[in-house]
Write a protein that binds this ligand. Sequence first.
Ligand SMILES: [Zn+2]
Length: 132
Amino acid sequence: MRNRCNGKTKSGKPCRAAATDGGLCFFHANPSKASELGRLGGRKNGHVFAVNSVPLPPLDSAVGIRETVCRLAAEVYAGTLDPRAASALVPLLNIQLRAIETAEMERHLALLESASKGGNGDEGQDGGSPRV
Ligand SMILES: [Zn+2]
């Protein structure tokens, strides 16, 4: 039979966490740890990456990347985004942008290739005029 913690939650209900040897769960046996974690979780500025936590636009297009870069710059400038978060995102955005550019270029090349192939075929058909 498993022991339950003898402590109580903030709302006054019995704590349902599994108890350690002392009859209390980890958090009730280590109240300082709990408040430490609570402080970390409740911190509203300083170490939170995106305070306003507006979701990023889709990053599957060059436009989306450009919008994101603009927003990151604005948010860092306004102090609502940790500069470390921005500097962590920038290399990722660069990689994504390069991948998009490469894919775009390949698509354009394929279009050009098929267009030029079609053109040559037609000219060959019309080229022969009868000799007199
Ligand atoms: Zn407990």
